[in-house]
Design a protein around this ligand. Structure first.
Ligand SMILES: [Zn+2]
Length: 589
């Protein structure tokens, strides 16, 4: 049933490197080629004189509140809607039939979006001319009236055929049929039923989530009658398993030509292709990473309701690599070509950017003593505890056992006095989100093998939350006395761990996290989680060493480490409020 893109691939000529004029020639040649070989590649039984249509499907997903260009380590000014607008405008100029889709999770990311409930994002999508967006799970980060307001702001429909409100009506439009010159395209929306479990329960209370595959099976035959091409615009995800997400949809429902997917932030070089044995029909699955860093482009050539040929590209939106480093200055090189920003859209979004800048000086709490960052790579610190506890607090509803942060990800002190949002941005400058992983007890043991091997002073040195205690034996290079909720690690149990997206992707050698079978990215930036956490603590905070990590170093007795050193002001002076475990906070992933 399944087929890897490697054994069934379009003629492997590189398309990306070609200049525009060459590209047009290339496309024409490809089209002629398609006409010559058609009938061999895709299905049978077409009449020779039926016209071949060409449709360009442009797609994004999981843009997560990134309306303006942003810093993505190690490069500034990547992505953003003004650059995407220019890119899309260019493609629309060159192609008659362009369909522009987003597979959902527009909400929740940077302050420019969060503070305005994604209005800047929707303004941008309206301006660019999106045709439709699927409802993602993060469209339920706010109460339903906010979602309805967003639908009203949008000049394009939000789609989902498998969510109903009490009484049976659709929450959003199930599908659209868009007419092009000489053909029609159906776009069917689907949302992962996992939303029920991972969204804030208050926001999905009463909603009915129908099984995605069954919903599609009921609707696709009707859509095939109405349209020449059927596209499923889905927020389901791509997983290793064929029994889950969009692979399952492609496998179990016939008649979908293209699945434009989101949710798992998957970066593909080629579509996943599923062949249906009985009909010979194929279904393509595409997804375009996250944050608008890439835009997917699928060129489809079809005839008699069947795809004859396709081409896929993932176009970088001002992604950069470090090109050289001289005199402490970095030079950057664009991946692909530089895209100029659309000035009109930039002007439309500027007031939101200005307001964010102004709001960074907002005071969110008060530090009675300094929380120093400079020992975070050597030992447990009150600042590290604060950061890790904030992740635990934020994900507690998901049954998280403990949280872990890399010491190297903490970059500045929390100075005594009023705490501003800007202070938190300095402490956590990276665009890391909070991710929840499911790990077996065996995986957990492997995590501690990794921690045991970390040389003190390295960024990989961990800072951990409440719920976890252990000893690092530096002599033996291993961890001992590991206690989770006061109990030793049970190899047969499944644990839930919250961490930042850097470690979740295997950063700092935490490969066990990267390989976790179950991963849920809350898409909430870690710094926003910390801001909310400090706010929830209700004002004044003080550093305190929690003694979650003991270190046996050489022959040094433990007691010597426990004694506060004169030269180390990060050591405990007074009590920092007991970690509150508030489930009432409305800021769930
Ligand atoms: Zn999602």
């Amino acid at each position: 049933m399944k087929e890897s893109p490697a054994d069934w691939r379009h003629t492997g000529v590189s398309f990306i490197g070609l200049k525009r004029t060459n590209r047009i020639v290339f496309l024409l040649l490809a089209l002629v080629g398609v006409l010559l070989v058609r009938g061999l590649s895709w299905g049978k039984g077409s009449s020779d004189d039926a016209p071949v249509h060409h449709l360009v499907v442009l797609h994004t997903n999981d843009t997560h509140g990134h309306p303006l260009k942003f810093y993505l380590y190690p490069a500034p000014d990547v992505g953003g809607l003004p650059a995407r607008a220019t890119l899309i405008k260019g493609i629309k100029k060159e192609n008659e039939n362009v369909l522009l889709l987003d597979a959902g999770d527009l909400n929740t990311g940077r302050a420019e979006s969060n503070l305005f409930r994604a209005k800047p994002d929707i303004i941008g999508y309206n301006y660019i001319g999106y045709d439709a967006m699927a409802l993602g799970n993060h469209e339920f980060d706010h109460p339903l009236d906010v979602l309805r307001m967003q639908m009203a702001w949008a000049k394009f429909p939000f789609l989902s055929a498998n969510i109903r409100v009490p009484g049976g009506k659709y929450l959003a439009r199930p599908y659209i049929i868009k007419a092009f010159k000489g053909f029609k395209v159906a776009v069917l929306g689907l949302t992962t039923t996992e939303t029920r479990g991972i969204a804030n329960p208050q926001n999905v209370d009463g909603l009915i989530f129908l099984v995605e595959v069954e919903t599609a099976r009921n609707l696709v035959p009707e859509l095939r009658r109405q349209a020449d091409l059927v596209i499923a615009l889905v927020h389901l995800g791509i997983y290793p398993s064929w029994n889950r997400g969009s692979k399952r949809l492609a496998n179990e429902v016939e008649g979908i030509d293209l699945i434009v997917d989101g949710h798992t932030h998957t970066r593909l070089d080629a579509p996943i292709v599923v062949k249906h044995k009985a009909s010979g029909r194929r279904t393509l699955i595409v997804q375009a990473w996250k944050w608008g860093l890439l835009m997917g482009r699928v060129d489809l050539w079809f005839q008699d309701n069947k795809i004859r040929d396709y081409r896929f590209r993932a176009i970088p939106v001002n992604l950069k690599t470090v090109h050289k480093r001289a005199h402490d200055r970095r030079a950057y090189r664009f991946v692909g070509s530089e895209i100029k920003e659309d000035r009109r859209l930039l002007a439309m979004l500027k007031p939101y950017a200005d307001e964010v800048k102004a709001r960074l000086s907002e005071v969110i709490g008060y530090a009675e003593r300094p929380f120093l960052y400079r020992y975070a790579r050597r030992k447990e610190t009150p600042l590290g505890d604060l950061v890790a506890d904030s992740m635990l607090w934020f994900t507690r509803r998901l049954g998280v056992d403990f949280a872990i942060q890399n010491g190297g990800g903490i970059r500045d002190n929390l100075e005594p006095g009023p705490i501003t949002m800007r202070d938190i941005y300095d402490i956590l400058p990276f665009e890391n989100t909070v991710v929840v992983l499911s790990l077996t007890g065996k995986d957990i043991e492997a995590v501690f093998d990794r921690i045991g091997a970390v040389t003190r002073g390295r960024g990989a040195f961990p800072q951990v939350s409440e719920g976890l205690r252990f000893t690092i034996n530096q002599q033996k290079k291993r961890c001992e006395n590991i206690l989770i909720h006061g109990r030793p690690v049970d190899p047969g149990r499944v644990y839930r761990v919250a961490t930042n997206s850097y470690l979740a992707n295997g950063g700092d050698g935490y490969f066990v996290f990267r390989d976790a079978e179950e991963k849920y990215d809350t898409s909430m930036l870690q710094r926003d989680v910390l801001i909310r956490y400090i706010r929830s603590l209700g004002g004044r905070i003080r550093p305190k060493n929690r003694r979650r990590i003991q270190i046996i170093d050489r022959a040094q007795p433990l007691s010597a480490l426990d004694r506060p050193a004169q030269s180390d002001p990060s050591q405990p002076i007074a009590v920092f409020p007991a970690t509150p475990v508030s489930n009432s906070a409305a800021c769930l992933p």
